[in-house]
Every structure is written in structure tokens, then in C-alpha cells.
Design a binder for this molecule. Structure first.
Ligand SMILES: [Zn+2]
Length: 147
């Protein structure tokens, strides 16, 4: 299903070299901040292109289908794409907030307990604001509230 692949692509970050720390390097010093700024900017660009593509795709396909069944399935596809786009927009906002954090030199520490989130975790999830422990805890709590 092409729509599913499209939904997923927003989550992927491609094409960056994992950061190599030099010995005794300061956590979130200038070079590290530059590294994450570039990852986030690249990611944002990809998302924006994705949003553009969706808009064009929908404009191209907006032709009228005479068959009601075709119309219904087209409408369903559109609503899926709109939802994917909405998610991408939110993600772009989140990326902008994260870029601001880096600028304020507030990036890379856990919002909840203050420890270093860690380069590898941030590379996997550059918008993370919690360390893995706090994140796990938050997810457990969320599940308990949900049930
Ligand atoms: Zn924490």
C-alpha cells in the first residue's frame, strides 16, 4: 500500500554520519550542537518536501471520478494524506522548537531529571526531551492512566 509507506517516511531521518566525539569533548559543545542543527534542518527540509508532494499529488488527482465507488476511495485516500500532512506539520513545529533549544544551549538534557540524554538517543530521536529512563516511566504512567 503506497499510502502506508508515505505515512512512515515522515519518521525517517536519512543520510547523516553518526557523530564521532573527540576525546574529552564537552557534551553539547559547539561541534555537537552544529551536528544536531544540521540533522534537524535536513529532516525539516525532507518533511517540507513531503508536504509539498502531497499537495501536488492531491491537485493532480482532484479530477472528478464519475463512479461513486471511485470517488469514495479517493476521498478516503485524501483524508489519509491530510492526516499524514497534519502530522508532518506538527513534526516541523517540534523541529523548530528543538532548533530553538539548541540555539539557547538548552538542548540534550532530560526535561524531567536533568541528565544528559545522550548522542545516540538524540541521533535516533533528535526531538527527544526526556532521557530513556524518564521516557519509559512516562510511557508506563500513560498506559496506566489509559486503562
Ligand atoms: Zn530523565
Amino acid at each position: 500500500m503506497p499510502t502506508k509507506a508515505k505515512e512512515k517516511s515522515g519518521q525517517l531521518i536519512r543520510g547523516f554520519e553518526p557523530y564521532k566525539e573527540s576525546k574529552g569533548e564537552e557534551y553539547m559543545g559547539e561541534p555537537m550542537r552544529a551536528h544536531f542543527t544540521s540533522i534537524l534542518n535536513k529532516w525539516k527540509l525532507e518533511l517540507m518536501q513531503e508536504v509539498d508532494r502531497t499537495v501536488h499529488h492531491m491537485q493532480d488527482e482532484a479530477a472528478n471520478f464519475p463512479d461513486p465507488a471511485d470517488r469514495a476511495s479517493q476521498e478516503e485516500e485524501f483524508s489519509l494524506e491530510l492526516r499524514a500532512r497534519d502530522r508532518e506539520r506538527k513534526l516541523i513545529k517540534k523541529i523548530d522548537e528543538t532548533l530553538q533549544l539548541i540555539e539557547d544551549e538548552d538542548y540534550g538534557w532530560c526535561d524531567s531529571c536533568g541528565v544528559e540524554i545522550g548522542i545516540r538517543r538524540l541521533e535516533a530521536r533528535p526531538t527527544a526531551t526526556l532521557c530513556i529512563d524518564c521516557k519509559t516511566l512516562a510511557e508506563i504512567k500513560e498506559k496506566q492512566i489509559g486503562s
